[in-house]
Structure formats: structure tokens, C-alpha cells
Design a protein around this ligand. Structure first.
Ligand SMILES: Cc1cc2nc3c(=O)[nH]c(=O)nc-3n(C[C@H](O)[C@H](O)[C@H](O)COP(=O)(O)O)c2cc1C
Length: 335
């Protein structure tokens, strides 16, 4: 069966620089989801989101923007904004697990800004995976969005926040709307990123909805992909998150059904790294920020090297630009 590979959004990682470089040097991803847009009580799009989504920074890429909100007006505002850039679809994040987002004790205190009453109520009740148990609220948001906007809505969600049954009450509500698809990360919010994926939980969703489902969670190798394909033969859209940062070769290897890296593996990785590094050196101010960004990336990158622990340690030890560049040269030489 033919299938589609999607790059799952990772805030701080899968920005336009990463998407372009991954696509140029490795390929294999059909569609990239951009990390979520989150408004902070104001109907205003931050420059960093704008830069990430403008068409000139995403030429030749299939990109779907995402929003993290629990407020219909915010959703519609972001929908209009992405439509003004030419996007037809907006993905709604009901997956973010962080307690500050999913289960805030108090609404965020936004200095000097007046929040509308509806925004205050909305903010109290959580976003991302914290919203999954609030079926009426999900319904109200989707109703308003579909009444006032013609954007195509897709969803990305976990199985629940507290338990994997929460989603089963949401699916019938989603079926009332022309939701394009639901990408399900087969964990619950409370787990954060710990513990395994709940494949039985995902299976329950497959059995309980007619909506198009995409699978997401822990696809980190060709073998793991095949395992998931065997377990869920009706699924033909697969979303890869951390596995893509750790191994940007993975989607093309999955597509070629091969576990062999290309013979010029290190050359390709080196060009990919240098492209990202040049981009971040240009856009970030100061060595500290640039090194921090690259250190975060190497937490993942180190996986494709023969001694990941040693590689990661070497990068972490590099506290200046000169030392960092030297460390990268040595790591790539050693392979
Ligand atoms: C650092 C980080 C940032 C993330 N940012 C987003 C995001 O902006 N939007 C989203 O829907 N999911 C986000 N996720 C979740 C991933 O897209 C994905 O659903 C999750 O990591 C499971 O897939 P994986 O096992 O293939 O990584 C993030 C995950 C991580 C680790």
C-alpha cells in the first residue's frame, strides 16, 4: 500500500530552516507541519511565526500550519492569517502535554493587557491535551470556526490527558464536522514523553471512528515503521517527530524500504549541518544563542553516529564557536 510520510511539528526544531535543509539533503517527507502558533491574549502574530510561514521561506515545500488555542476567536484569527499567506488548512493542536499549557492553575498573567472575559475563562481550562476531556468546548469551538471560516480543519491530538478513553468521547463530536484528518500521538498528556506508546489505545480509535486517522509516536527506524504498518494495516499516513531530527535520513530510507545509508552519508550530513548552522548563525544573535540551538539539535543528531554518547559529550564541551566548529569537524571525520 502506498503511504504518506509527515513531519510532526517540533517547536524549536522543525522551523523553516530545518524543513528546507531536510528536504534538500534527504527528502522523503511529503508534508511538514510547522510548530504551533500560540497567541498570548492578543490578536497579533509574532514575527517569528510570520517568518516561519511566509511562502518565500517555504518554497517547494508542502507545509501545514498549526494553532494551539482553546478560543474560537483566536482560532478564526489565525485561520484568516494563514489563509492570507495562501494556506488552505489549519491544524489544531490538542496534544501539547505541558502542565502550564494543559492544566494551568491560573490564567497566564499578561502584563499591561486586558483579556476579554471569554479569554480568561478559556485560559483557565487548558489547551492542548488538557482540552481533550472538554467535549462541549471542543464542539463549541468547531461550530463557530466552521460557521465563520472556510479553512480546512485538521487535528493533532493525544489519546487524552488523564486516560486513553478521553478521545473516545471526542471522536463522535469531530464526526459532525468536515475534519480532514486526526493525527493521533498514541500517548496521554500526563505521560509527557515518558513510557511507551499505547497501541491498543490507537487501535480503539481506529475501531471507533470513520474519520481519517494518521498515526504518530516513536517511529524511529525502518523496522519500527514496519512494525506499526503491520499492526495498523488501514493506516496510510505516518507522522515522524523526534525520529526525523535524530535521523534525517529516515524518511527516505522508509520510502526506499532500505536500512542502508547512502555511501556519502557523512558528506550529506555535513552539508545539512552546515546549512542549518549558517542559517542560525545569521538569524540568532550572539554565540551563546547559536551554540544553545546547535547543542539542542545535537542531542538528537548524535544518534546516527557510532558512539552517540561520546559525540554528545564532545558537543556539550564546546563552549565557543571555534571549539564547536572544531568538534563538528572531528565528529564528522570520525563518522
Ligand atoms: C521539543 C518538542 C516540541 C514539540 N512541539 C510540538 C508542536 O509544536 N506541535 C505539536 O503538535 N506537537 C509538538 N510536539 C510533539 C511531536 O510533534 C510528536 O507528536 C511527538 O514527539 C510524538 O512523535 P515522535 O515519537 O515521532 O516524536 C513536540 C515534541 C517535542 C519533543
Amino acid at each position: 500500500m502506498s503511504f504518506t510520510l509527515l513531519s510532526s511539528p517540533l517547536q524549536g526544531f522543525t522551523d523553516f530552516r530545518f524543513r528546507n535543509a531536510q528536504n534538500k539533503f534527504f527528502g522523503g517527507i511529503d508534508t511538514f507541519y510547522s510548530p504551533y502558533i500560540r497567541l498570548n491574549g492578543k490578536l497579533e502574530i509574532k514575527n517569528s511565526y510570520h517568518r516561519d510561514l511566509i511562502p518565500e521561506n517555504n518554497e517547494g515545500l508542502e507545509v501545514i500550519p498549526q494553532v494551539l488555542t482553546n478560543d474560537a476567536d483566536e482560532f478564526i484569527f489565525v485561520a484568516k492569517y494563514v489563509q492570507s499567506l495562501g494556506y488552505k488548512e489549519l491544524n489544531w493542536n490538542l496534544g501539547c502535554p505541558y502542565p502550564m499549557v494543559a492544566r494551568p492553575k491560573n490564567p497566564p498573567n499578561i502584563a499591561g493587557q486586558k483579556m476579554s472575559a471569554s479569554m480568561q475563562i478559556a485560559n483557565k481550562s487548558g489547551m492542548g491535551s488538557g482540552l481533550i476531556c472538554q467535549t462541549e468546548k471542543i464542539n463549541a469551538i468547531l461550530e463557530k470556526v466552521h460557521a465563520e471560516s472556510d479553512i480546512i480543519v485538521s487535528m493533532k491530538m493525544r489519546l487524552g490527558y488523564d486516560n486513553a478513553e478521553e478521545i473516545l468521547d471526542v471522536l463522535p463530536i469531530l464526526e459532525k464536522y468536515p475534519i480532514k484528518n486526526i493525527a493521533i500521538h498514541a500517548r496521554i498528556g500526563k505521560q509527557l514523553y515518558n513510557g511507551g506508546v499505547n497501541l491498543d489505545g490507537f487501535q480503539q480509535c481506529v475501531e471507533n471512528t470513520k474519520l481519517k486517522l494518521y498515526y504518530n509516536g516513536d517511529i524511529t527506524s525502518v523496522a519500527q515503521f514496519h512494525k506499526m504498518q503491520e499492526r495498523f494495516p488501514t493506516i496510510d499516513h505516518w507522522m515522524i517527530g523526534r525520529g526525523l531530527i535524530a535521523d534525517p535520513f529516515l524518511p527516505s530510507m522508509i520510502k526506499n524500504n532500505s536500512t542502508e545509508y547512502p555511501s556519502n552519508k557523512m558528506e550529506l550530513f555535513s552539508d545539512f549541518h552546515d546549512t542549518l548552522y549558517a542559517g542560525y548563525s545569521e538569524s540568532l544573535s550572539g554565540a551563546t544563542h547559536i551554540l544553545l540551538k546547535m547543542h539542542h539539535l545535537w542531542e538528537y543528531f548524535s544518534v546516527i553516529f557510532s558512539n552517540p554518547h561520546k559525540v554528545h559529550k564532545k558537543i556539550k564541551k564546546a563552549k565557543s564557536i571555534r571549539n564547536y566548529e572544531q568538534a563538528v569537524r572531528e565528529i564528522i571525520k570520525e563518522g
